[in-house]
Every structure is written in C-alpha cells, then in structure tokens.
Design a protein around this ligand. Structure first.
Ligand SMILES: [Zn+2]
Length: 271
C-alpha cells in the first residue's frame, strides 16, 4: 500500500517497475535468500509537503547526509527476498524522508503498524545514501542504485588475473561488441572489503564516480542508472559477456575476444 499523502501515478509506475526488475533479478539467480538491495531517489516524484513529519517513525543515520536533506527514497527492507519484493514491493520495502539536517529519516511508508513492526531498511543503507549523495552533488539524472550477486561477474573476481580493472574491462568488452557500446566506461573494480563497512561504502562511491557499475571482489555488483530498467540492463549486458567467457572455457576453448582496434572502433559509436 502506498500512503495516500504521497500517492501518484508516477510513483505507482516506479514501484511497478521495481517489482518487475526484482522478479528478473530473482529469475536470473542473482538473489539467493535475501541477497541484494535496491534504492531509488523519489524526490522528483514525491513533492508534496508532509502534513506532520513527527507522526512518522524516526531513525538516526550513522553519519549526516546533508546533500540529501528533505529527499524521499525507496529502499528495500533488510532480510527481504527479491522474489517477495517482486510480489508485494510495499510490504518488503520502505519509503523514507531524510531529515532537514540529513542526520536521520522518517519512515513514510508503510504506515500499517503490523507491517512496519518487522520492516527496517537494508543494512547497506549508508552505502546507498553515500552513492545517492555523490550522484546528487554532481547534479546527475541517475536515481537508481542496485546491488546484486550476478553469478558470472562474481565468478570472474575469483580469478586473480581479473582482479585488475584494466584486464577485467578488456575481457568484458572483448566478449561481445555491445558491451563496449552500452558500457563505454566499463566497470570499476573494488578489491575485497568487509561487507557493510564504511570503508566499502567509500571505495564504492570512488569507483562509481567514473563508472556506472562497480564490481566488488568475490561478492557482487553495485550499479547506478537513470531508471531501474536501464540499471538492470547494464548488469545484464556485463553478465552476458562474462557468461560467454565461461561458456568457452567450459568447452575447453580459449575465447579469442575482439581486438583492441575493434574495441576502440566500437567506442566511437555515438547514439
Ligand atoms: Zn551482497
């Protein structure tokens, strides 16, 4: 249920898209148990002043997110499964409003006390808000952050040779022409850091300054985009390239890959 005060056709459409993509992430096998999380900046969609912010439950944040003050965000719930978010997003996710001083947030939805009693934002909320702060500061149109465990991309980072940003991107671009066309900046590689740590959040923000996708060694992917469908597509395209690599290797063959000249030529295509 979306609360009446913030309800709009645009919000309904975004929530519908999130549910659709959460289903695809589950079908892809990228979301075992409660793996993965999604956040979307809704500040352009929810622009009604709240009648009384003190009537909503309030939580503190571990650090201040001044840039996001007064902003509204969709965030998936901690421990919630992607397959359940697909079925009923608003019973497995929340809409929060960041305080005017950026130090905490009100939970705007759900308002149903029974649903809310077991629902908290993803434990990766500080990482998501750090990324949204970076995006907002540079005045980008990007609104969406997805974290997921894309199998083939996780598998690549189990191979020491590819725990190197240059080699990783050379491999991914070489496996299919459209990877260079649609992901021209490639992926940012983040060496293994303890999940949920402030250090990992910082490293992810750094990687996403120059890329739309960051690959966490031996863990998964963080991707940003203007809408949830395009953000999912970026991960899907990269996963396809990694999958082609492993298909060749599984057959006992060494994939040849595109040449440097072919990759450079693809990089000049402008849409
Ligand atoms: Zn994860």
């Amino acid at each position: 249920m979306i609360e009446t005060e913030i309800k709009s056709k645009a919000l309904d459409e975004i929530i519908g898209s999130i549910a659709e993509i959460a289903g695809y992430i589950w079908q892809k096998g990228w979301a075992e148990k409660n793996a993965g999380n999604i956040s979307v900046n809704l500040s352009d969609v929810i622009n009604v002043p709240l009648s009384d912010s003190t009537s909503y439950p309030h939580n503190e944040l571990p650090s201040a997110f001044n840039v996001l003050a007064g902003g509204f965000f969709f965030v998936t719930g901690t421990g919630r499964r992607m397959r359940d978010i697909a079925k009923d997003p608003m019973k497995n996710a929340l809409i929060i409003r960041i305080d005017d001083n950026g130090k905490g947030y009100n939970i705007i939805s759900p308002s149903d006390k029974k649903v809310l009693s077991t629902l908290r934002p993803t434990s990766e909320l500080p990482s998501h808000l750090s990324i949204h702060s970076m995006i907002t500061e540079r005045d980008s149109k990007q609104k969406v952050v997805i974290h997921t465990h894309a199998n083939e991309l996780c598998a690549l980072t189990q191979i020491p040779e590819f725990c190197n940003e240059k080699k990783l991107n050379r491999l991914l671009w070489g496996m299919h022409p459209e990877t260079k066309v649609f992901i021209p900046s490639g992926v940012g590689f983040v060496p293994y850091i303890m999940p949920g740590s402030a250090e990992l959040a910082l490293a992810t923000v750094k990687a996403l300054k120059d890329h739309e996708v960051a690959l966490w060694e031996k863990h998964g992917v963080f991707a940003i985009g203007e809408n949830i469908t395009d953000t999912f597509d970026s991960i899907d395209i990269l996963a396809k390239s990694a999958s082609i690599f492993f298909t060749c290797r599984s057959a006992g063959l060494e994939p040849e890959g595109l040449t440097d000249n072919q990759i450079d030529e693809l990089g000049k295509i402008i849409f």
